[in-house]
Design a protein around this ligand. Sequence first.
Ligand code: SIN
Length: 576
Amino acid sequence: MSAATARPVPGRLSAPAPGWATEADVVVIGSGIAGLTAALRLRGQVDTILVVTKDVLAAGSTQWAQGGIAAALGPGDTPHEHLVDTLVAGAGACDLDAVQVLVTEGPEAVRELIALGTVFDQGADGELSLTREGGHHRDRIAHAGGDATGAEIQRALIAAIEAAPEIEVVPHALAVDLLLDGPVGTGGVAGVTLHVMGEGQRDGVGAVRCRAVVLASGGLGQVFSQTTNPAVSTGDGMAIALRAGATLRDLEFVQFHPTVMYLGPDSHGQQPLISEAVRGEGAFLVDFEGQRFMHGVHELADLAPRDVVAKAITRRMNETGHPHMWLDARHLGREFWERRFPTILATARSHGVDPVTDLIPVSPACHYASGGVRTDLWGRCDVPGLYATGEVACSGVHGANRLASNSLLEGLVFSRRIAEVLPGELRPWAEPVVDQRVEGLVSGSARERLQQVMTSRAGVLRSATGLSEAVTVLAELAATPAETVDLSSWETTNLLTLSTALAEAALQREETRGSHWREDFPDRDDARWAGHVEESLRGGAATVVFEAEAATDTAELVASLTATEAARGAARGATR
Ligand code: SIN
């Protein structure tokens, strides 16, 4: 463990006393692939399940996933090859056991999704049509509707939920805080407070008593001014978990997607993604002189891992003073565009760019939180009765840089695992203790400044000077109390809690690794920084510490795993 920084954070969000109450064995917070898979798999194993979602069921990130879901499903592909690509992308920060789980259980989990009714694209031979994205050495990405994979998965999952009357859904409900059966540090889950936006019996803040909570509330993209994430991605689950005593890990590893459509300097919020699959099908990056600049940067050129491409684009933008680069996909042709990427085509055209005839302006934007609430291999967090899955979680599969299309798979695989263990671990009903945590709330008006400083100082390119400035500005914003208790203030307080943790983690990690790029420490430094930056609440203050681990030489590890795999293959051959 190395140097710790500590700062006060609200122990709980200020909120009116609950005006209504209910109970359920398990509350699932979030309704993307992770949350709905957990709820569906728990069905029949626990008596009552409540799914809580901040908007409607389809409003989260899953709906927006374009590229697809990665799994070793194609001829000749193996979980081992998927494992190797995942470890290489993760830049020495993956948890090997977690990646093994992901790649070995992935194919079956995807087949189960198909059995549930998800329709993936097929070739003329009736087999799954698989494509390639950055960092993959094989075609292993299953997709649907061309570039509408997430929407199809979400559709199938919602249909299954709607056919399961034993799962109750509470839409338009923000999870405010967990209720614990003891003080933070020892207390386990006894319930959760919700704020339901709407009219009816459950209007306003209420309390749900429960025996377990599954956090599946997605990421924190709204920390930054430009993101591919929808408006609901305000990091609520991570902030709730931190306040309840869970540990956040690897927050500094935020992935910036290289090819997000550039809509101008003032555009903010959710921006249109141009899927990596477009490069997988042959598109390439050019600068304002029409020069391809990915050759010579990486052996996979335009299909290098995402961090490599995002850095190369940012470098070229900085060198030339242009606010974006270009993606050239004109040679794919109209018919191919219409069939393979209908959603992206329509979106680009709606912004006045026709990819069939025009170059597409692109620049990196926040896309995915590789870190999150630390879990074990079964989705368990440090707080008894609390589980986390999907983007809100840090299961260890992504390391410093998530491999393309591994995110839907992670939500799927680890939610199945949670549903395997949770019923046997269900805690007895417990009374929530009186909450002694110090409450707080920051004004919703702080959000824009927060996003600006995080984008300019803690975004793609970071330095000690910039990150220290970010921490200072965030501390000033933390002193802007909310005048009204409302959704905007709750979300902004969560964003501020996470922004500060993220900036402090990025400041601590004095090296460049994966998606964490420090201009003042441009190299990976395994001697000092093999391990994880973690944040937790200790004695009422949020404390950021570095937990060192033995350094992993990825090339050596891959060589040894490959040799073991080859020996296993030979032994299998000999016994046949
Ligand atoms: C993309 O389609 O480029 C995004 C896929 C992913 O984030 O895994």
